[in-house]
Each structure stands twice: as C-alpha cells, then as structure tokens.
Design a binder for this molecule. Structure first.
Ligand SMILES: Nc1nc2c(c(=O)[nH]1)N[C@H]1C(S)=C(S)[C@@H](COP(=O)(O)O)O[C@H]1N2
Ligand SMILES: [Mo]
Length: 321
C-alpha cells in the first residue's frame, strides 16, 4: 500500500534539506506501516503538494513550454511490465512497491555492491528540471522531474577505464509486475548509454514528478531520463547499473533491430520504418483526451537539446538511429 500524504508547511522546513525531509518521511511511513498501515496522520494542508522542498531550480533546465498536467503525465504511459496499452500502467501499477528498494552497482568500477536506494540518494542535491519527453510513437509531454545528474552518481562509484558503457536493468518480479508472466518483452527491460552520454549533464536519474514522489506508472522509485533521446531509452524502475566494456543489449533493439537502434537520438530527419518522425503531438493533459486530436508540432533534432550535438561529431545519425 502506498500511503500518500502532504507535508506541513511549518517553520522548520527552510532549515531541512530535501533529502532529510525525504528520509524523515520514509521513516514516518515505515512507522505508520508497522503500526498497522492506517496511521493517524497529522492534518496536512492540501495546497502544499511538495514532498521535496528546496529543490534546486537552475534556469538552464527549465522551459517556457507549459508542463503537461499531472493527470496527463500519469494517464498515458508506456510501461510494458504493466501491460501494452497506454492506460494499463495507471490501472495496474499499484502492485509495484517502491520501498524498500535496492540498486546494484556492478562491473568495471572501484566501488560496487547492492545498496538501499535511500542510501544511494543521500549525497545528492535534488533538482527540478522541466524536460520534454518525446516518444518514438510521435507524442510528447513536458514533465517537471525531480532528480539529480546521472553523472554525479557515476563519479561516486569510480568507473575504471574499461567502463565504456553504462547498462541499466528494470526490476523483474512477477508479483509486483504481473505482466512479466507473459512473453511481451524479453524481461528484464534493459537499456544502455555510452559513457560520455551518461556523463552528459542533461541526463538525470529521476525520483519524482511535480515535487512529489515518482508515480508508480512513471517508473517509481527511480528511473532514467535522457531528454534528447526517444522515450524508450529512459528506463523505469531501475534495479541495476552496470559498468561494461562492450555496447550492451537494449530492449527495443532486441525486439526490432531495424526499427530501434542503440543511439536513438530524437531525429526528425530519420523516419521510423513505419511512420514519420518529423512531427509530434503534444499531450497537454488539458480538456480531457485531446492527445489524439492535438495539432502536430515540429520535432526538433535532439528534441531541442542542441547541447548534446558534440557527443555525436563524426557519427552518421541516420545509420546510428
Ligand atoms: N522498464 C520500462 N521502462 C520504460 C518503458 C517500459 O515499457 N518499461 N517504456 C519506455 C517508453 S517507450 C517511454 S516513451 C517512456 C515513457 O515514460 P512515461 O510513461 O513516464 O511518460 O518510458 C520508457 N521506459
Ligand atoms: Mo516510447
């Protein structure tokens, strides 16, 4: 059961770091669960949505575009562990238990092991970053993520010179993710980045949306967000980060290598074999289900995140799709 509550906006808050608040909330929730689940919750005002406070908000990582509503972000998802339909994750993801959660760090690094997620999060300053997410299916959203740079985590575990790629894995647990009983994909869902892509300051690990915990259907409790790549690179509910020497297998590339490449940078000039990638429909979440009738807008190279272009100098991005 996921106990949701709103935090009080009392005077202490300005002195408490987001991380401390986060951990306090966790121990409170654990205590509540131990007490039988129905805790006597203090009266929290509804207007204070933020679970994470004092989030760093670097203007560089905000956008003038209007964020998709929370309802939009949580009602139209791709998360095949909970079904292949866009509304399945919202219906089915309640079986996912985001705590306690372990993440294994393995491979070519000085520090490896299995860690509790809350211990992994402790040293990181959480930020709000409003990023466009562009799905290969030609819809897009604008999402206010709570997260921290993936590169900061990578540095802490000190990858060696043999670590040329970073591979990620999603949880496999047929109780929490019942659709894994079906051979929809080759479980676990796996993804990977080249080391310089993973170290790019735009790549983040996200733990929340709209200042609150990550909704299950969006990849609780921790997921990758790589805003210049198609949505499927942004793997959800990560349980393993593996430093490897060779380019790792990736789920959609295994399923259909002609359709989904390893690099998968958003590229309006390289059509998917079955449809154009030149334009996209923005899901605003407003006015009911407008996703399918929203006017198309032009898709930008790298989803508009031009900063990353230098990562691909000299690479043929039509061939390396
Ligand atoms: N484990 C896992 N991660 C996944 C997927 C999935 O099916 N399983 N779908 C991907 C796809 S195709 C997209 S577009 C994004 C969608 O993220 P969102 O539902 O939070 O918008 O998650 C990606 N990460
Ligand atoms: Mo996607």
């Amino acid at each position: 059961m996921l106990i949701k509550f709103r935090k009080a906006s009392d005077a202490h808050e300005s002195e408490v770091t987001p991380k401390e608040l986060f951990l306090n909330r966790r121990s409170f929730m654990a205590a509540a669960a131990a007490a039988g689940g129905t805790a006597l919750l203090p009266a929290f005002p509804n207007d204070a949505r933020a679970v994470f406070t004092n989030l760093k908000k670097d203007p560089k990582f905000q956008t003038l575009e209007k964020p998709t509503t929370l309802d939009g972000i949580t009602s139209h998802n791709n998360f095949y562990e909970f079904g292949t339909g866009k509304t399945d994750p919202k219906k089915n993801a309640h079986t996912l238990k985001p705590r306690p959660w372990s993440v294994e760090i393995s491979g070519h690094a000085a520090k490896t092991g299995v860690f509790d997620l809350d211990d992994i999060l402790k040293p990181h300053q959480l930020e709000e970053r409003i990023y466009r997410l562009r799905c290969v299916e030609a819809w897009s959203m604008v999402i206010p993520w709570v997260g921290f740079p993936l590169g900061d985590l990578i540095k802490r575990f000190e990858p060696t010179s043999k670590a040329k790629y970073v591979a990620f894995e999603t949880l496999v647990d047929t109780e929490q993710m019942p659709k894994q009983k079906l051979p929809i994909l080759d479980w676990p869902y796996v993804e990977g980045l080249r080391m310089d892509e993973a170290m790019h300051p735009l790549a983040i690990l996200a733990v929340g949306i709209y200042g609150d915990d990550m909704p299950n259907q969006n990849g609780a409790p921790i997921r990758l967000v790589v805003p210049w790549k198609y949505g499927y690179k942004s793997i959800k509910s990560v349980v393993r980060i593996n430093f490897v020497e060779k380019q790792p297998p990736t789920t959609w590339n295994i399923q259909a290598p002609g359709e989904y490449g390893f690099y998968s940078n958003v590229n309006p000039n390289r059509d998917h074999p079955r449809w154009s990638q030149a334009r996209e429909r923005r899901i605003t979440g407003e006015g009911g289900f407008k996703a399918l009738i929203a006017p198309k807008i032009e898709t930008k190279m790298f989803n508009g995140y031009d900063d990353v272009a230098s990562l691909y100098t000299g690479m043929d991005l039509i061939r390396n799709h």
